[in-house]
Design a protein around this ligand. Structure first.
Ligand code: SF4
Length: 277
């Protein structure tokens, strides 16, 4: 799924870990613990702006949930112990020496591996025992919510951050690089948003120097409005753009002013929105 938003200064540490990593997030004002269920770097999207390095091979796809749980428990324990005395964490400002969140945000779509439900249960269990109050988040493209094994596992998470980068099928295919039907994503978002609030994450790049046209933004707002009108609860939308050099050089960051205008359009459509750039 899309990378988390604000890690331009990110440092993946704990290199010996297979699934659990940690980055310091200024926006979250603390340590953000990541869980990568996609060591094989496989994704059912192929976003041209993706920042996963697929030029080097991934690891085998099977997820060893016991190892994942052990890595997460070890890191959570260390956050109240020796972690902060070791490089690079010893450089972190004292007020940032806290766990801000635990997020399933890996090198592919986290709900796709068959171990997703067991991994989610293990993470929830570790969070409940060792870091109560720290939000457990899922960053997802929502393509698999219709599968019962995935939908049931969503209950383990406090927050669902769901990708919606487009308002039309054509734009969806262009920006997310997939032939999956756009309708499936929209239906899945509605399915879950009727049960609980979702956060929508929408990435708007410039493509060959041009941002999305007015009609595309209007269509995107319409999709959000449809979810709400049909009984879905969208907590808010996070509007953001390409952060670092993506795999396709035609995709570049959209300027702040345009991002703010897109967020304004969502607000005018009745959905709370904020720019993360
Ligand atoms: S959903 Fe897109 S950005 Fe996220 S990992 Fe897959 S290809 Fe990359």
């Amino acid at each position: 799924m899309g990378r988390r938003l604000d890690f331009r200064d990110h440092r993946r540490e704990l290199e010996e870990n297979r699934y659990v990593y940690a980055v310091v997030s200024r926006r979250a004002r603390g340590l953000s613990i990541g869980v990568n269920l996609n060591p094989d770097k496989a994704c059912n999207f192929d976003c041209p702006y993706c920042q996963v390095d697929r030029t080097t091979p991934g690891a085998p796809s099977r997820v060893d949930v016991a190892v994942l749980a052990a890595e997460l428990e070890d890191l959570l324990r260390r956050t109240t112990g020796d972690l902060w005395s070791r490089p690079p964490f010893d450089t972190v400002a004292p007020e940032m020496r806290r766990v801000a969140d635990i997020a399933f945000a890996g090198d592919g779509e986290p709900t796709a591996p068959r171990e997703f439900p067991a991994g989610a249960r293990a993470a929830r269990d570790a969070r409940d025992r060792l870091a109560p109050g720290v939000p457990l988040r899922l960053l997802t493209n929502a393509t698999l919510f219709h599968k019962e094994r995935v939908r049931a596992a969503l209950a383990q998470f406090d927050d669902l951050w769901c990708k919606l980068d487009a308002g039309t099928e054509a734009r969806f295919r262009l920006v997310d690089g997939t032939r999956l039907p756009f309708r499936r994503v929209l239906d899945n978002l509605l399915l879950v948003a009727r049960e609980r609030p979702i956060v929508v994450q929408s990435l708007f790049p410039a493509i060959d120097g041009a941002g999305p046209g007015e009609a595309e933004v209007a269509a995107w707002v319409d999709r959000l409005r449809e979810i709400v009108a049909r009984g879905g609860h969208v907590d808010h939308v996070q509007v953001y753009t390409v952060a670092r050099a993506p795999s396709d050089p035609r995709f570049t960051p959209l300027d702040r002013e345009r991002l703010e205008a897109i967020a304004d359009a969502a607000r005018r459509g009745g959905v709370d929105a904020a720019v993360y750039a």
